[in-house]
Design a protein around this ligand. Structure first.
Ligand SMILES: Cc1cc2nc3c(=O)[nH]c(=O)nc-3n(C[C@H](O)[C@H](O)[C@H](O)COP(=O)(O)OP(=O)(O)OC[C@H]3O[C@@H](n4cnc5c(N)ncnc54)[C@H](O)[C@@H]3O)c2cc1C
Length: 494
């Protein structure tokens, strides 16, 4: 195929784009990824959840690289929140779905984390094109059938594809090609102002790597330890503070810290970083929204291009990577001819919206500061409809494990099954012997040989068994819905 024709074009190399691109390439398809920046590039969103670290990263075959990067281990969260005067903690290990070795996540420098994921996509065969800006979706009739982009020299290129996935974050415009509208939340109308400090204090013992969230009258502060000495500190404030922030963002951040005793004390001997990438004080606004449609024929939205709620509980990268996984399954399913497009993408949108809605409802309740922390735990059980204790439901929810998807909470066994079926396939190739590839033999002839036919048949058999066989006992998440195949890369009927 010429280099302008792909099965899938992904726009954006953040966690959503890298996840989808890698999992579609693993499904055996030709994928291009178009990224505006050259990586590593800065991004906010440093506190991750176990479902991303142990679920999605393992499916991407990148869990070891992420572990080797030396990120700060995060075992849970600490809060000065609600009517309790004292901070309270939770540990991911309290969730029955995450007990044992997967009950932690990381606080990451996103430049490094996103770069690891993007390089991993390239390693899996994705054609990664950095410093290339997506301009518009290309249509054939009502269907999106490609993408136009401009490279660093302004040269325009058209790529054709069966699917375009928009993972361009909250600044992209491609989402309009889906045809819906972007609904901004009436409830979460906040702004964030944030910077970085060297030498801040740490919580004691096992809580050392926790995210600390501390409320004060006008909003709340996050305090995220990125290394032994570097801390990300941000204030989330009501929109009515926009004028003050516009006038002097540094002053607003400083005054917010002053209003919050626990953070003020931690930063007493610390210095704000004033040089390099971390030297800037940044502001973000208008980040709480959801699009009214997540897909249309030939295109789907994932990550911030589709929706985001709020920084508390660090759900952004989880929703982005989960959305990437769901979209990849739908693309792989349709390209394999297993199910019709509306069924596969209907499952994508239904699961994605459910995850978004559960967090939305819980986070809205979490902003009620007039209650004791026990009512947050109770609310978590209510929105998740979990059996068992309130605190366990809370830990499961804020670990990103509420869907109970095996790919998120038990990715190890999923990848083992994938490795087994890949090994079986490799074995089939060896058993049938190498195809004759005398010089000058044309590809068409090669594909017509009995040897290749035999391998293809074996491959289909293994795939079919992957779809129907001992694959999965996972029930559908939604009534009448689909279930993931054993390798977690496609959908099948239960
Ligand atoms: C104040 C704040 C704090 C947050 N804190 C957390 C947190 O602690 N934990 C957490 O999990 N989440 C957090 N988030 C959310 C998190 O930042 C996002 O949800 C996450 O980065 C989304 O990933 P993504 O892949 O969808 O998009 P991004 O990471 O934004 O990646 C999109 C990529 O698309 C590229 N792009 C854009 N336009 C184009 C184009 N036209 N052509 C080609 N490429 C393009 C961009 O360069 C970028 O690399 C926070 C968000 C905010 C606003």
């Amino acid at each position: 195929m010429p280099e302008h024709e792909f099965d899938v074009v992904v726009v954006g190399g953040g966690p959503a784009g890298s996840t989808a691109a890698t999992l579609i390439a693993k499904g055996g398809h030709r994928v291009a990824l178009v990224e505006k920046e050259r990586f590593p590039r800065y991004q906010i969103g440093e506190s991750l959840l176990p479902a991303t670290v142990h679920g999605v990263c393992r499916l991407l075959d990148v869990a070891d690289d992420v572990a080797a990067a030396g990120f700060q281990v995060k075992r849970g969260g600490s809060f000065r929140w609600g009517t309790s005067p004292d901070p309270w903690n939770f540990l991911f290990a309290l969730s029955p779905k995450l007990s044992g070795p997967t009950s932690y996540a990381y606080q990451v420098d996103r430049m490094t984390f996103d770069d690891i994921l993007l390089k991993n996509a390239a390693r899996h065969g994705v054609d990664v094109r950095e410093e290339c800006t997506a301009l518009e979706a290309l249509h054939t009739g009502d269907r999106v059938t490609g993408l136009r982009y401009a490279d660093a020299d302004g040269r325009r290129t058209d790529l054709t594809a069966a699917y375009v996935l928009d993972a361009s974050g909250n600044t992209g415009r491609l989402h309009r090609a889906v045809g819906g509208t972007r609904h901004y939340s009436e409830f979460f109308r906040n702004l964030a102002v944030f910077g970085y400090f060297e030498g801040g204090g740490r919580l004691p013992g096992a809580d050392r790597g926790n995210i600390l969230c501390a409320a004060f009258d006008e909003g709340w502060l996050w305090y995220i330890p990125l290394s032994d000495t570097l801390t990300s500190v941000g204030a989330v404030l009501n929109r009515d503070q926009a004028g003050r922030i516009q006038a002097d963002r540094e002053r607003v951040l400083r005054e917010s810290i002053e209003r919050c005793a626990i953070v003020r004390d931690f930063l007493a001997g610390a210095e704000r970083v004033t040089e390099g990438t971390y030297g800037e004080i940044r502001v973000r606004k208008d980040y709480s929204y959801a699009n009214s449609a997540f897909w249309a024929p030939g295109i789907a939205l994932i990550g911030d291009a589709a929706c985001f709620i709020d920084p508390v509980f660090s759900t952004g990268v989880h929703l982005a990577t989960y959305g990437g996984l769901l979209a990849a399954r739908s693309v792989n399913t349709v390209l394999a001819g297993d199910l019709p497009e509306d069924r596969a993408f209907g499952e994508f949108e239904a699961r994605y919206r459910r995850e978004y809605a559960v967090f939305y409802e819980f986070l809205a309740a979490f902003y009620d500061m007039q209650v004791h922390e026990d009512s947050y735990f109770w609310k978590a059980r209510k929105v998740t409809r979990a059996e068992g204790g309130d605190l366990e439901a809370f830990a499961t929810l804020v670990a990103g494990a509420v869907s109970g998807e095996r790919a998120l909470v038990d990715a190890a066994s999923v990848t083992d099954r994938f490795a087994a079926s890949s090994a079986e396939l490799a074995d089939a190739v060896v058993r049938t012997g190498p195809a004759r590839t005398d010089s000058g033999e044309r590809m068409g002839e090669l594909f017509g040989t009995p040897v290749v036919g035999e391998v293809m048949e074996e491959m289909n058999r293994i795939q079919r068994r992957g779809v129907t066989g001992p694959a999965t006992t996972e029930p559908p998440l939604l009534p009448g819905g689909l279930v993931p195949t054993a390798d977690a890369l496609r959908w099948t009927t239960p």
